[in-house]
Design a protein around this ligand. Structure first.
Ligand SMILES: [Zn+2]
Length: 46
């Protein structure tokens, strides 16, 4: 199967902008709770 969708994955998480985590000022990172770290927005839109 071949799909030519430019955006072939779920919507990008608006919280972490698709990175899946937040960069902390103190160093390190924290997994984005909104997308569970996969960078995708799983919120259902009607
Ligand atoms: Zn996220």
């Amino acid at each position: 199967m071949r799909q030519l969708n430019k955006h072939n994955h779920a919507e990008t998480c608006p919280y972490c902008e698709g990175t899946g985590y937040f960069q902390l000022l103190l160093g390190g990172s924290e997994t984005c709770d909104q997308c569970k770290g996969n960078g995708e927005n799983h919120q259902t839109k009607s």
